[in-house]
Design a protein around this ligand. Sequence first.
Ligand code: 5RP
Length: 225
Amino acid sequence: MKRGGSDEEKRRAGEAAAEAVDDGQVVGLGTGSTAAHAIRALGRAVDSGLDIEGVPTSYQSRALAREVGVPLTTLDDATPDIAIDGADQVADGNLIKGGGAAHTREKLVDAAADRLLIVADESKLTDRLSAPVPVEVLPDAREPVATHVRDLGGDPELRDAERKDGPVVTDNGNLVLDCAFGQIDEPAGLAADLSALPGVLEHGLFVDLADAIYVGTDDGATVRE
Ligand code: 5RP
């Protein structure tokens, strides 16, 4: 994995993926700084006449879409044709997401989409997933889930808010345990184990969901299908 990617690389990835959106489509709108570039590009395309509707994955992506003029809908009324979302780590098409604590709604929208485009800079690419896996838990489930995660070989840490005392609270009113497992050799097995824990809303392992990875580079963007 390279050092943290630049905002220019993120912009190139986001804008390249936004170009894959066709007129008339419903688009899942991911969360994070890279997906935000795609949302801004879609806003400009809407200004130029592109007819789309967006399904946001977080308060943040909803606010940005409204700001840049992307009309919104919900999963009650539409199924996304395509979704564009960021990732914290990418290996073999499998992902770790949830750096923005939005992975529960991201997985809901991304999995509902016919096609999922992941946008990332090169620093996110790795041979094996190894970043801590964000796990959204009901507040009452914090300690029981932490105990189960230790039994699975993980090291759970409650995510604290950076700018105020107390933990991060998700858009859904829950808490996040960042669970370090070291190198993850079997993402599908760990994903199933985490999903089975009572009190877990969703975890940030996205296994076999991505259809294409748009990687922003120094001078453009590459696409890995
Ligand atoms: C939010 C996410 C983001 O997509 C992920 O953290 C990547 O963010 P960024 O593009 O800012 O690096 O999963 O829950």
